[in-house]
Design a protein around this ligand. Sequence first.
Ligand SMILES: Cc1ncc(COP(=O)(O)O)c(C=O)c1O
Length: 414
Amino acid sequence: MWYWTPEGRRVLDGTGGLWCVNAGHCPEKIVQAVSEQVGILDYAPTFQMSHPLASQFADKILQDMVPGLGFGHVFFANCGSTAVDSALKIALAYHRAKGNASKFKFIGRELGYHGVGFGGISVGGIVGNRKTFACQLLPGVDHLPHTLDLKRSAFSKGMPEHGGEEMASVLESIIALHDASSIAAVIVEPVSGSAGVIIPPKGYLQKLKEICVKNDILLIFDEVITGVGRVCDPFASQYFGVIPDMIVTAKGMTNGTIPCGAVISQKHIYEAVTSSTKLGSAPANIEFLHGYTYSGNPVAMAAGLATLEVLKDINAWERSRAMAPYFEEKIHSLRGVTEMLDIRSIGMMGAIQLTPYPGRPTEKAFQVFVDCFEKGLLIRATGDTLALSPPLICEKEHIDMMFDILKSVLHSLD
Ligand SMILES: Cc1ncc(COP(=O)(O)O)c(C=O)c1O
């Protein structure tokens, strides 16, 4: 649960590193697995060949994290950004394989974050990440409106009551504008993380799925933050009861130790993509012309397999489910401590949206971040919002400490 500064000061990790250290820092099994693996098989290609750990980790992800939901294949990438790019490319390859090459457009969402590749910033909707590069984005991308509705839903606990169907129905107008025959996929984070924990209103994700199915548009959930127990289940897809065509994961899958990302894909997608490229039984045939030197890197696979073991040892999903109500109670107890616009939380992730200093956006939240660090707590400041996502091993005493420090810093603002 702790970082140590170079001066030897202890800092409580209130953010699981950068939303990735879900099993806590340096669990013995992960340290050992990584250290040993470097000396056994440090690297092996996964182009037209593989090594056992890559298949083992893929199988384990399917069996332990998404059993019985139709997922059948895992494509390994280097990180969240490359996994997002991979998912977008798989969506294009899928429609082309089905004879629908005109379906090439993507629909993202305002305030969405999908990493920093050109694909990710194009479908993403955080202005700061786009404007510097705006002339070089992917063509054929449109965006759903974001789902933050402070007027109706500020200080909601869990999923907001208002606007779910109505907000998701905007997808129908976007489809009407572009025509379904031109749209490959919709990509959203089930809960927007980087934009400050924006939680979908009730019925929203269900409606998106329904519209996608009706229009033969693939639904991609970017679960780089929401996955691996952050929202009380292996993936938020299960928590919300909406199963997409592809899940993008990274961060927590190796507990942040070794970079890794993955696309978990429904069987029918894999089958469509690969059957179209199979040239009889030619052994040299490449099923999907995409991949990274470090896809399935053995050390990352060892880290991932050990991470799944540790998550099992600590009963991560149950633990997250058991602790979430306490986390929710504590974060909402900060209401009114200083001027704020909203408090949001779901599972083991939460945010406090501050009222910014007039004309000086982001300054207040950054000040809180620095002051918390000085007092021994790592939080994350994103825009005017403070975000919290402690490792899932946290105990009540850690949560108490987090919110005591945060409260005293917020008090000192006014
Ligand atoms: C939802 C989401 N997608 C993609 C990414 C990009 O991941 P990475 O930084 O590993 O490339 C992030 C990173 O925070 C993310 O939150």
